[in-house]
Design a protein around this ligand. Structure first.
Ligand code: AMP
Length: 279
């Protein structure tokens, strides 16, 4: 991958990069389109497909994470992706099996709350793998989804802090017709869980409407209580967190006004879903 990228860059071709864990859907493909726009018709677009073990907690769904490489390959070909980079665990973490892998990248500020608090080793895995992928693919631009808003912000910070010479672009969340954010994990939503899952979208809409309706700022505590009630009216929904925060610093907002950001994490049965919106 590094050799190929060096060749491309030596011939003056721009490289656009979309890191994924595969089981691709229209959300991923919108990032591919964005990467193509960024590098132009002559540029090269790389999609990585790698289910990164270090970003999963010990009790999470690493072994059952959905995979379908044949389908992913077809979608990438149809979308004009130039290269799918699908490394193995041995290539990405040489020595890990024998305990001889020991280097990680850690962002220490923006990862403290929300996903970082609920999934303590998650972002260390994300920043490590993305830094490694950036070194391998050497892109001019990399595209991330707003669906994982905190992740995109953390990666932007990491890239600035570690002087990665590339542009980070964040593309909007792609949704199903009923509002559910597309996610590879939606595959887990069997029976009525799929329908119940729309409550995340409904909660975002309810928060937006509440902010619009009141001229004054709202108490985050009160709004959280109302949203929790709305969400947990669904029989299989359990709130992990509802959080209002400043989208630049990720500091908690006690008072909610237009421009604040809302993030949700909700268990639908055993499946943990996240979503977010600017209010
Ligand atoms: P994943 O394969 O879930 O690790 O996601 C790979 C990239 O796709 C990340 O940058 C995600 O934020 C992005 N992504 C996932 N779902 C969506 C979506 N519904 N809309 C836009 N981007 C998404």
């Amino acid at each position: 991958m590094q050799k190929l990228s060096n060749q491309w860059r030596g011939s003056g071709l721009r490289v656009g990069f979309v890191p994924t864990m595969g089981y691709l859907h229209a959300g991923h493909m919108s990032l591919v389109k964005c990467a193509r726009r960024l590098v132009g018709p002559k540029g090269r677009v790389v999609v990585s497909i790698y289910v990164n073990p270090t970003q999963f907690g010990p009790k999470e769904d690493l072994s059952r994470y959905p995979r379908d490489f044949a389908r992913d390959k077809k979608l990438c070909q149809e979308a004009g992706v130039d290269v799918i980079f699908a490394p193995t665990d041995r290539e990405m973490y040489p020595g890990k099996k024998t305990g001889a892998y020991s280097t990680y990248v850690v962002e220490e500020q923006l990862t403290r709350r929300l996903e970082g608090a609920s999934r303590p080793t998650h972002f260390r895995g994300v920043t490590t793998i993305v830094a490694k992928l950036f070194h391998l693919v050497q892109p001019d631009a990399a595209v991330f989804g707003a669906k994982d808003f905190q992740q995109a912000t953390v990666i932007r910070r990491m890239s600035t802090d570690l002087n990665f010479p590339l542009k980070i672009v964040v593309a909007p969340t792609v949704r199903e017709p009923d509002g559910l954010a597309m996610s590879s994990r939606n595959k887990y939503l069997e029976g009525s869980l799929r329908e119940q899952a729309v409550v995340l979208w409904r909660a975002l809409q309810a928060a937006k409407a509440a902010v619009k309706k009141t001229k004054r700022a709202l108490s985050a505590k009160k709004l959280k209580k109302d949203l929790r009630k709305l969400i947990e009216e669904q029989p299989d929904a359990r709130v992990d967190y509802i959080d209002f925060f400043n989208p630049d610093t990720f500091e908690e907002s006690k008072i909610v006004a237009a421009g604040a950001h809302l993030a949700l994490a909700v268990f639908m049965g055993k499946t943990r879903l996240i979503d977010n919106a600017r209010l």
